[in-house]
Design a protein around this ligand. Sequence first.
Ligand code: HEC
Ligand code: HEC
Ligand code: HEC
Ligand code: HEC
Ligand code: HEC
Ligand code: HEC
Ligand code: HEC
Ligand code: HEC
Ligand code: HEC
Ligand code: HEC
Length: 326
Amino acid sequence: MKFSSRFPILQVGVIAGVAYASAVVYVVAANSPKAAPAPVDHGGATYVGEAVCIACHATQNNQFMHTAHANAFRLNPKNEAQKVSCESCHGPGSNHLKDPISPSNRGSLVGFTKEWGTPIEKQNAMCLTCHQGEQRMFWPGSAHATQNLACSDCHNPMAKLSETGLLKKATINETCYTCHQQQRAEFAKRSHMPLPEGKMSCVDCHNPHGSTTKPALKADSVNELCYNCHTEKRGPFLWEHAPVRENCLTCHNAHGSNHDKLLTVARPFSCQQCHGNPGHQTTFFNAGQSVGGGAGVNSRVLGRSCQTCHSQVHGSNHPAGARFQR
Ligand code: HEC
Ligand code: HEC
Ligand code: HEC
Ligand code: HEC
Ligand code: HEC
Ligand code: HEC
Ligand code: HEC
Ligand code: HEC
Ligand code: HEC
Ligand code: HEC
């Protein structure tokens, strides 16, 4: 293939103020192959049109007709692929019609149920003919793709079971919990992100189709993710607390914890992990080693413990805030 046919060179004149500059712009031709999945082999079958399918599959069609695909394909098809409706996902159906029942003929049609046996790569390639790129930019190589998940493990385009996104369950969280039981348990802990309360969902933080940041986070780092919503923690502060800048997850769990404020460990131990001997006493008992007699409990580890005095653990902008006390 000739280079120039894939990358036609365009001369563009740019007028900026009084200066005139000439720039060379490379435009990728609209029909150039992006990281497109290999075209699916349908064994020479031809398209028969949805009316034929519906004649036998009226039950499925009664559900399907309320979905975003049915609306798009039937009311306002944008191209040939959309016009073929059922067959845009299931592939051309002529060979299926020859013998719809015999298991040995199943290879003639793309099925998305486990029993049908179409390889998952082939299933996903059907969806990706229309949905590659954008949010699916990092699908190849993502944890879900690597684990051989099918698009239809989370999506069911045959019915409108969820408000948005054509999901398998009524909500995003329930869809994820079908496999991620451990995360369900984490969000049930005493202190948790307000996800069970419906204030957020897994996709506020994760892109289930993959991203460049492990584990499929929707930001360049853990901290950037947290700053998206907790902007006041971004700083910059006059007095920075090193571990806060490094990683919020040094002290917090991302999903939930049985300790106050999603802390990874209880206070004061969350501070004492690093500040064992901070220059003043931080052990539970005074020298007397008893609560009842003589010596009392050290006030530095009661209640909010260290934060009774060091209240600004995320950083301080007070000129005298070097110890995060104000
Ligand atoms: C003559 C009736 C008939 C027509 C027409 C027909 N089908 Fe089928 N189809 C069947 C039968 C019967 C089965 C069940 C086969 C089985 O369970 O083994 C089936 C199974 C299927 C499945 C099941 C896959 C799975 O995962 O279980 C899909 C998808 C399907 N058809 C799609 C289509 C499409 C798309 C068309 C139009 C191109 C179409 N059918 C036309 C009779 C028909
Ligand atoms: C956007 C892609 C897409 C389109 C369009 C589509 N299907 Fe499906 N179809 C699927 C997926 C995915 C499944 C598997 C659903 C599941 O997980 O149970 C499926 C399952 C099926 C099944 C088998 C499971 C069942 O519900 O019995 C049949 C039959 C079927 N489709 C027929 C049709 C017919 C007929 C049309 C057109 C009216 C159609 N499909 C349009 C993606 C599509
Ligand atoms: C022929 C092209 C085509 C194919 C194949 C296709 N889709 Fe779509 N899909 C569309 C169009 C068009 C829309 C509607 C977009 C819009 O409304 O902006 C859509 C919308 C969606 C949506 C969003 C629905 C919503 O309510 O927001 C999901 C999810 C989706 N498709 C998943 C799939 C899955 C999964 C498959 C494979 C089983 C698939 N699509 C196959 C063209 C396609
Ligand atoms: C692990 C679960 C999961 C898998 C696997 C998955 N998706 Fe999604 N997808 C989601 C969720 C969750 C949403 C967001 C739904 C919402 O916002 O309501 C979504 C949204 C979408 C949308 C609509 C938003 C957009 O990006 O335009 C499309 C289209 C889509 N997915 C296509 C696909 C395709 C194609 C595949 C397979 C290559 C796939 N998905 C695999 C969970 C998944
Ligand atoms: C069909 C099962 C299934 C569903 C449904 C599912 N996942 Fe997963 N997910 C997996 C498997 C398998 C792995 C890889 C092993 C592991 O880490 O547990 C994984 C891994 C992940 C990871 C770690 C990614 C990484 O890079 O390490 C995240 C984050 C994740 N899933 C989020 C989600 C979200 C969000 C949803 C719902 C939109 C979802 N999953 C739905 C099966 C599933
Ligand atoms: C507030 C943001 C946020 C929300 C909401 C969120 N996650 Fe996470 N998730 C994270 C972060 C950050 C990590 C990395 C944790 C780590 O490295 O210790 C993570 C890790 C994961 C992992 C990798 C295994 C692990 O626990 O480290 C999975 C799987 C996962 N999340 C699934 C989910 C599911 C499913 C949901 C929805 C029910 C969800 N997450 C909601 C931020 C979030
Ligand atoms: C999508 C927005 C969003 C993201 C991203 C987010 N949070 Fe939150 N977070 C919230 C909301 C909303 C609350 C509840 C606030 C309230 O109830 O006042 C909350 C509460 C908290 C709490 C207090 C919990 C309690 O029990 O009072 C902590 C700690 C926290 N988040 C830490 C984090 C960390 C660490 C990250 C990054 C891994 C993060 N958040 C990412 C929205 C977010
Ligand atoms: C050195 C440990 C530590 C690190 C690192 C840390 N936090 Fe905290 N965070 C705490 C403690 C302790 C509390 C409880 C404060 C209280 O009870 O007043 C807290 C409370 C919170 C709260 C709820 C109360 C409030 O102040 O709004 C949010 C939200 C929060 N942290 C977000 C973050 C974010 C975002 C990061 C990363 C930029 C982060 N934390 C890093 C220790 C830490
Ligand atoms: C992961 C380790 C780590 C954790 C956990 C941690 N810190 Fe720090 N802290 C540091 C480091 C590192 C410094 C900077 C020390 C320096 O500059 O000499 C620091 C500085 C401080 C300072 C200022 C002291 C000085 O010498 O400048 C105070 C006060 C402080 N931390 C209090 C706390 C409190 C209260 C907690 C619990 C909420 C906590 N830290 C948790 C690592 C940690
Ligand atoms: C009753 C108030 C109070 C409590 C509670 C408290 N501190 Fe302090 N802390 C101080 C004061 C006062 C200083 C000295 C400030 C100065 O010199 O500017 C200090 C200093 C520090 C320093 C810096 C020491 C140095 O050598 O510069 C660290 C680190 C520290 N505290 C950690 C902790 C930890 C960890 C806890 C909880 C176990 C804690 N503090 C509880 C009042 C308190």
